[in-house]
Design a binder for this molecule. Sequence first.
Ligand SMILES: [Zn+2]
Length: 176
Amino acid sequence: MQEELDQWTIPRGYSMRIAGAKVTGKKKVRWVCYRGGEARHHRGPVDESLIQQAKAEGRRKPTTDRSSKKCGCMFKFELIETTKGSDLWVLHYPNDEHKVHNHGPSDQTSDPRARKLPPFMSVEVDQWLREGRQVSKIQEDLKARGFMNVLNTDLYNRKRMLSKHDSQGVGQDVGL
Ligand SMILES: [Zn+2]
């Protein structure tokens, strides 16, 4: 279910995670926003030298700042099975204030999960890479199909991994 939901939310700049599931009787799964919870402030102020180092490396922010993506967003919903074992689900918002996010969509390319392709597309890309198709050509095809978030680096890495796996005769692993 995570995969199906990700295919819907991530291209839109949001993602959800499971916060709890009740598995006895009627199943119930609670989903909360990835940015739920408070930013972790306990690290204290970021060391000035880290900021300088990040700048020197051309990064905007020091890596220690990552946890600040959490912004207390209360968006959540629950999926409740209609009857025990039916595998039919109803969507339920625990309360009205939590039907919307308290933040805009995230920057897509910053989230590796946003760059992940659905399985059918990933299989096709693997095929293209094995055929030796150029990364720029693959990007064109991906964009034509609405997949805008795959980085060239992802494709080069994948290509390298494929040729390594193929030469070692290792089975298929998880795709892009
Ligand atoms: Zn949110």
